[in-house]
Design a protein around this ligand. Sequence first.
Ligand code: AP5
Length: 226
Amino acid sequence: MDGARLPTTAPILILLGPPGAGKGTQARMLEEQFGLVQLSTGDLLRAAVAAGTEAGKAADAVMKAGGLVSDDIVLAVLTDRLADPDCAKGVVLDGFPRTTAQAEALDQMLHARGQAIMAVVSLDVDTVKMVLRVAGRYTCGSCGEGYHEDFKPSKVAEICDVCGAQDMTRRADDNAETAMSRLDAYQISTAPLIEYYAKQGALKRVDAMGPINDIGRSIANIVRTG
Ligand code: AP5
């Protein structure tokens, strides 16, 4: 962990990018490197679906179809999680905000708390690579470590390198057809946030086509320089 080199206020970093851009992969690396907390609205919603909560029941079909869950539901699950004490040390928002309404709600929330966004990192990746990454992804169901059939396979098939569990899972929305619906939703609702944050002077663009560690180094430089 490199926490001593972080700004004194709890940093809030946003990772913006289409499905498969590497938001989750990079957020987990930032968590490890800087002690920031990864807040993935996708993970929070999948947990709500698995728990069978009202929010989860409403989100389930929308997520399976590759659409966007309503702003009200997303804001409710995110606000709940942000109130947890561990978030006071700084967070990486992975997959949030995804609409202008979510971005405005976040601005209001941070303004009320006297906090500001440190940086918004846009991970730029092309469509072919995005579909390849999403279609080959699998995750350890026990510890959450992410893998990929071609780019980051586990050392021993079906066994997690990190925790040793034999519990690999695949997401219901990780197929080429749903990935294209998710990309459409990104282009219609989320891509306009690039301009939104550029106008605020918070936007940093990172080429996300290369190796995972090279992209990680670029983002770490952004975190260090604030
Ligand atoms: P969410 O879980 O956020 O999914 P997503 O945005 O579609 O993003 P992914 O998780 O697919 O990709 P990623 O960018 O994290 O890539 P990863 O690092 O895993 O959202 C799911 C759904 O929930 C949405 O469709 C929506 O319905 C709903 N939702 C969530 N948030 C919402 C919100 N705010 N508002 C409304 N609805 C919301 O990488 C992918 C694979 O590629 C991995 O296998 C990885 O190992 C590999 N990889 C990563 N980087 C590289 C690299 N540089 N080189 C080679 N391989 C790489």
